[in-house]
Write a new protein. Structure first.
Lengths: 462, 116
């Protein structure tokens, strides 16, 4: 039934309709009982020990709920607010609807409710199966997030640099900039708020990226320019290796921060990512794009090295056309172009199509999102992770998942693993990478994916 | 393709054979239930004046109440499983599950032209 077809009813009307319909149904039942010859025992026949009144209440409530679902309820506004129970239920549904539809249907199957229908309907069934318990729904959502959400994740971006730099000279260069700013583009500035000792011998910078949009404002006095400010705090570090690390902030703020640190220290970000040395891997790497090698190396040895388990790739992004690596290049060509394709599903590295893009077509695997499980000091957690190779940096995003403390530790280890590869020829997977490349090549030649995913299976499961 | 029974009600058939030994049994008062369903639909349609469509869940809710009041399902279950086998929630679920199977039979017979 479409929403536009539904009748509008007040809660009082729904309540009255429920009572009328319940009375009708019960009259029918009583009438039939009166006309029926009872099998054994006479009178009321065999009776169970349940509370008849309680069951009647429950059935009436079920009827009221189903009527509510079939009409559009129009409760009155109390104190200018949405009714508390309705708000709570809608928020519970909203949390579920934010999951991917395929994930939502899987949850519905696990809860043994119908999987068909629009996302909202499926979410409602799942929530009802969990008796609208917000805690249980929250745990379910956290355990099944396939993508880190911006508000519940850590994001770190690593900008490779040509040199590592001398820690003392970096410190001297940055120290004197505390409380100052530099311009990093048209109406864009970076403010160095504070300079501190960072981890692993690095220098850390707390700063803010400030950008202004200029728009023309029409008024009686004639047109004038109006500035719309945009400000983002970033946290960055330089000097721990041949990269600049930027935490927090979006991509523009991160690029501006890296550029500012480059101006200040002379350690400038490269225009592109270093190309991994395919020759270090062996024959299985022949024809595989260097970026795919980098990503597979992370998946093969990086994730396993930090003991991430139950790795399930839910999206994979391939670049299908090589573009100039200059980040700010103007594209004046107006012809249609397909630059990238994304696959979504489960255990995507086991997909024949994905393997063919990697192995046969030599496309660049530039992004993966996956769910992983990890244990740290006796605590376990499941969390979504995203790795992305951009034109001039690598992004690592880790969702808080079911245990933010475990996820925080995982994020730091992931950043370290990526940093170890964000330098010239930085493939360190060795036999593991070679083995995975062999499996990808073999899968690419098969007709169909296997019934059971095996590509990133846990070591003990192989 | 007949009416699909929601998965969480399907164990009523595997555990209690509600469909086979109650809904499809010769003692089940098919005409009384089917007449009632026709009546329920008319009343429910008044709640949905715009579309005239009536949701399965609401009809099932009403059939479940009729089943609960009529009590022959209760007698069947108690006779076969004993009086203390189920709690209140179980009885609510069993009545609702049975109502789904009754509606499934109703729709099948309407489709075949066997009702009305």
């Amino acid at each position: 039934m479409r929403a536009s077809d539904r009748a509008l009813m007040t809660p009082e009307e729904i309540e009255a309709a429920t009572e009328d319909l319940a009375a009708l149904a019960r009259r029918r039942g009583r009438s039939l009982r009166a006309n029926t010859t009872v099998d054994e025992g006479g009178g009321e026949g065999l009776r169970s020990g349940h509370s008849r009144a309680r069951v009647q209440d429950q059935l009436t409530e079920l009827l009221r709920q189903s009527l509510e679902d079939e009409v559009i309820a129009t409760p009155s506004v109390e104190d200018g607010e949405i009714e508390e129970t309705e708000l709570s239920r809608e928020l519970t549904k909203k949390a579920l609807v934010n999951l991917k539809v395929t994930t939502l249907r899987r949850l519905a199957r696990e809860q043994q409710v119908a999987v068909s229908g629009a996302a909202e309907e499926v979410a409602e069934r799942v929530a009802r199966a969990l008796e609208w318990n917000e805690g249980e729904v929250a745990q379910l959502v956290l355990a099944h997030e396939s993508e880190p959400s911006p508000e519940r994740s850590w994001t770190s971006r690593l900008f490779p640099t040509a040199v590592m730099g001398d820690r003392d000279s970096i410190w001297e260069s940055l120290r004197k900039l505390a409380g100052r700013y530099i311009r990093v583009g048209v109406a864009r500035w970076f403010v160095f708020d504070s300079i501190d000792e960072g981890r692993r011998g690095s220098v850390s910078v707390q700063g803010s990226y400030r950008a202004y949009q200029a728009s023309v404002h029409e008024s009686k006095g004639g047109p004038s320019l109006q500035a719309v400010p945009h400000q983002v705090q970033t946290s960055s570090s330089v000097g721990a290796g041949k990269w600049i690390r930027v935490d927090r902030g979006g991509v523009q703020a991160a690029k501006a921060t890296a550029r500012a640190l480059g101006h200040a220290t002379g350690i400038r970000p490269l225009n592109g990512l270093p190309t991994p040395r395919a020759s270090a891997v062996g024959d299985n790497a022949r024809g595989v794009h260097p970026y795919s090698l980098l990503m597979l190396d992370m998946l093969a040895s990086g994730l396993e090295g930090i003991e991430l388990r139950q790795r399930d790739i839910s999206s994979a992004r391939f670049r299908v056309a090589e573009e100039p690596l200059l980040a700010d290049a103007e594209d004046v060509d107006t012809s249609p172009k397909l630059r990238a394709v994304s696959f979504e599903g489960r255990h995507l590295l086991d997909s024949v199509h994905a393997c063919r893009l990697i192995s046969r077509d030599g496309r660049a695997l530039v992004g993966v999102s996956l769910s992983v499980s990890a244990s740290r000091e006796g605590r376990t957690g499941r969390m979504p992770v995203r790795l992305a190779l951009e034109n001039d940096h690598i992004t690592v995003t880790t969702g808080y998942g079911t245990n933010p403390e475990v996820a925080a530790a995982v994020h730091e280890r992931l950043v370290s693993e990526v940093a170890a590869r964000a330098v010239d020829g930085g493939l360190i997977g060795g036999d593991r990478l070679n083995g995975l490349l062999g499996l990808v090549s073999q899968r690419a030649s098969e007709d169909a994916a296997p019934a059971q995913a095996s590509m990133l299976a846990d070591p003990e499961a192989v | 393709m007949g009416l699909r029974i929601p998965p969480h009600y399907q164990d009523a058939e595997s555990t209690y054979a509600i469909k086979r030994r109650w809904v499809d049994h010769k003692k089940f008062d098919r005409d009384a239930y089917f007449e009632a369903i026709d009546d329920f639909k008319v009343h429910l349609a008044r709640v949905h004046p715009g579309s005239g469509e009536v949701g399965h869940r609401s009809i099932v809710g009403m059939i479940a109440m009729m089943i609960d009041e009529e009590q022959s399902l209760e007698q069947y279950i108690v006779a076969s499983r004993g009086p203390q086998m189920q709690n209140d929630d179980d009885w609510t679920r069993l009545s609702t599950a049975a109502a789904w199977y009754v509606l499934q039979r109703y729709e099948r017979e309407v489709e075949r032209g066997d009702w009305p």
